[in-house]
Design a protein around this ligand. Structure first.
Ligand code: CP
Length: 306
């Protein structure tokens, strides 16, 4: 891969290869040897804890050189475009840019270049607006695969703030491709026709006793333009994983959440680290999946002698 910006175009065998590679790294498998140094920069224009630190951990485990970049003190604040910012970083030797941005598909202008443009840098999308979150989606697939050993006929409920969620979009695409059965639940004002081709929209109480995976989404207050009247308690009661609903889950079913969690909203605070919760495992797996993703782009660009 030259860039890693979406999961939409991945084939199921590519997804499985990434999962196998991430599991190999997790089991202590050797990292590739690079003949020349590879330089990476993490550019997070939206807040992040997990994805940012996890990518940096993955970069360091792979032996990449990490160049610091702080959007708040960068020349983007003086009006420099994203393209010109990357052109500058590329000119000083940066090979890979791992970027999160609030604009959907911000990466298009950076990868669909005119013949006269000189940019030669691999873009890894760490989340674009409500568009895609490839690394979260792939670490989620890894976590599901580790649990069940297959995706075929697994029932997965994606619940909550669907329309604002890049996690929901990426995951419904990959889950369908891999043969899982997807369901949606949550407030109707966050559900739309775009989800219909991926799965059925049902009530949380109907789904909770039937599905293998309860995938809870964060309520993304920062993306809501008109939020008067939102009640955390009411959301929790109607759509959240309450202690009562937890008891209704299938014996082997698991809970997933991409984080950050609004405790007591999407999920009862007591359940965040419950035996069926894979929240911590998702974050652990993220490091190894990001190593596999970075390696795929490094190999695709023939960096470091690969
Ligand atoms: N899941 C996720 O993207 O978390 P961060 O926003 O903390 O990176």
């Amino acid at each position: 891969l030259q860039h890693f910006v979406t999961v939409k175009d991945l084939h199921d065998d590519q997804v499985m290869a990434l999962i196998e590679r991430a599991i190999y790294f997790k089991n202590g498998g050797a990292v590739p040897y690079f003949e020349q140094p590879i330089y990476a920069v993490n550019m997070f224009f939206e807040n992040s804890t997990r994805t940012h630190c996890s990518f940096e951990m993955a970069e360091r485990k792979l032996g990449l050189q990490v160049i610091p970049f702080d959007p708040a003190t960068s020349s983007v604040k003086k009006g420099e475009t994203l393209y010109d910012t990357l052109l500058s970083l590329n000119a000083i030797g940066v090979n890979l840019a791992i970027m999160r941005h609030r604009e959907n598909e911000y990466y298009k202008e950076l990868i669909e270049l005119e013949p006269t443009q000189k940019l030669d840098i691999g873009i890894v999308n760490a989340g674009d607006g409500s568009g895609q979150h490839p690394s979260q989606s792939l670490l989620d697939m890894m976590t599901i695969y580790e649990q069940f050993g297959t995706f075929k006929n697994l029932k997965v409920a994606i619940i909550g703030d669907l329309s604002n969620s890049r996690v929901a979009r990426s995951n419904m695409q990959l889950l369908k491709k891999l043969g899982a059965q997807v369901f949606f639940a949550g407030p109707s004002y966050w559900y739309s026709k775009e989800f219909e081709e991926y799965g059925e929209y049902l009530g949380v109480d109907k789904l909770v006793s039937q599905v293998d995976v309860m995938m809870l989404l964060r309520v993304q207050h920062e993306r809501h333009t008109n939020e008067t009247g939102f009640s955390a308690a009411q959301y929790h009661e109607r759509y959240g994983l309450t202690l009562e609903r937890y008891k209704e889950m299938k014996k082997d079913a698991i809970i997933m959440h991409p984080g950050p969690i609004n405790r007591g909203v999407e999920i009862a605070s007591e359940l965040v680290e419950a035996p069926r919760s894979r929240f911590v495992k998702q974050m652990q797996n993220g490091v190894y999946m990001r190593m596999a993703m970075l390696e795929a782009v490094i190999a695709g660009r023939h960096l470091g002698g690969l």
